[in-house]
Design a binder for this molecule. Sequence first.
Ligand code: PGA
Length: 251
Amino acid sequence: MRKPIIAGNWKMNKTVKEAVELINELKPLVAKSKPEVVVCVPYTDLWAVKEAIAGSKIKLGAENVAWADNGAFTGEISADMLLEIGVEYVIIGHSERRQYFGETDQSVNARAKQALKKGLKPIICVGETLTEREKNKTKKVLKKQVVEGFKDFTAEDFANIVIAYEPVWAIGTGKTATAEDANKTIGYIRSLVKKIWGSEVAKALRIQYGGSMKPTNAKELMAMRNIDGGLIGGAALKATDFAGIVNYKNN
Ligand code: PGA
């Protein structure tokens, strides 16, 4: 059985003060939650959020990590810096990084390998754009992202990897893939992993859906066989909404 994992992706939102307020509001609401709960927050919030989540089940995540150990990489943050604060998860290859900051499958691969080497758990994002979808290229795009983005990963690496399938056209748009559609596409990603790394790896691998997930659609999405969690953007910025997704079983 794969344990569901609901992760918030705060993106470039919340000052330290706002972050602590949000966590304090969130803590009691998710105290009895069944899924694993993670908040991936801006670097500047990490330390304060780490202190604010103490004693709760909420786990700490970052939104990116450098591929190098240290050195002349202005603006980057290393795995050691994250680990010392107590970060456990890190989002890698989010479509906004690919779209606005030039991330490629190769940089995603390098960052993910570094995360794995250092003992951080990467949440690796894949997904097609609207144009790619309309041109029937979804499978081709996902295959490339998996083959090149996950290059040289070992079967053992997958014990610490989460994949987030996020159709780019569904991110922040209010448009959600239908549960059946998301399930089918995630099934395809699982089959790719099975082909390359074997059925045990594919069976155990957790794959999230991301893209306008809300308390109102979480239950339906989470009921799907292949969907093991969610990567939540907008709805993660409001405690009641995020908790409503975490506690999807009660909806
Ligand atoms: P959204 O974002 O929930 O606001 O669509 C999801 C994401 O980008 O991770």
